[in-house]
Write a protein that binds this ligand. Sequence first.
Ligand SMILES: NC(=O)c1ccc[n+]([C@@H]2O[C@H](COP(=O)([O-])OP(=O)(O)OC[C@H]3O[C@@H](n4cnc5c(N)ncnc54)[C@H](OP(=O)(O)O)[C@@H]3O)[C@@H](O)[C@H]2O)c1
Length: 250
Amino acid sequence: MTNHPADAVDGSPVDSSAAASAAGSAVAPGVAGRTVLIAGATSAAGVAVATALRTAGARVIAVGSNAERLATFAAEVPDAITRVCDLSDFAAVNALASEIRDAAAAHGHGGIDGLIHLVGGWRGGGGLAGQTDEDWDFLHRNVVTTLRNTTRAFNPDLLASPAGRLAIVSSVSVDKPAPGGANYAAAKAAAETWTRAVGQGFAKAAPDAAAVIFVVRGLEGLEAELATNVVGLWNADAASVNNTRVRLGE
Ligand SMILES: NC(=O)c1ccc[n+]([C@@H]2O[C@H](COP(=O)([O-])OP(=O)(O)OC[C@H]3O[C@@H](n4cnc5c(N)ncnc54)[C@H](OP(=O)(O)O)[C@@H]3O)[C@@H](O)[C@H]2O)c1
């Protein structure tokens, strides 16, 4: 644990309402001053996204299940707040959400404004016969359960935010699944459907919120593009991007 979630990560107070009035609107565009939680932050993509968000002036709460990997992450993104949490454990995710909410309220902030879900992993191979139960359990836990848990726990914050954003990174294999990757494609398809359900809830209850599905073939080499697109989520009109699939790397 490095910082307090309600502290400005650069040590100074972050006042998004001042930015809003300066812009002459109730809600300023942009991610500056907003709080964004990265679920599964310790990969190269997580570091890139966190760095871009910090550079753009957001508070970043980086979550991973492994303290050592989070310490390595913290060395690379020193201004991010880090928390160890097994996101496949709903009780643990709820406790994390309560902690962040309470600390933010104590400092006069709202809860998180963004949830960027990056927990993933790949298992596959060997045609349909190779789609093992063990691999399915792994993929279901990482790809689906952690998304269900984080969105269920943080949905009230995203609905309450003046600019709530949810993003996941899915795969082209959802459109063109192969037998050897059927477990993976099915888990990603479930994650996309879940995300669109969250987005439908946004459309009904929080029109300034948006859920977006980024789609890649492979993420290696696209980390910077992903990071730029994540930051850009707060520059886009929510209704125009809500429940869209955005292909990266083309
Ligand atoms: N890599 C690709 O080529 C590719 C292709 C298509 C789509 N995607 C998607 O893009 C996203 C990011 O990919 P990636 O390769 O950067 O992801 P990743 O390395 O598979 O996962 C990101 C982080 O999630 C953390 N994590 C794993 N289990 C966790 C748990 N139970 N609780 C909390 N944190 C957990 C891991 O850190 P700890 O182990 O330290 O917790 C890991 O650093 C994923 O959704 C992935 O499916 C990736």
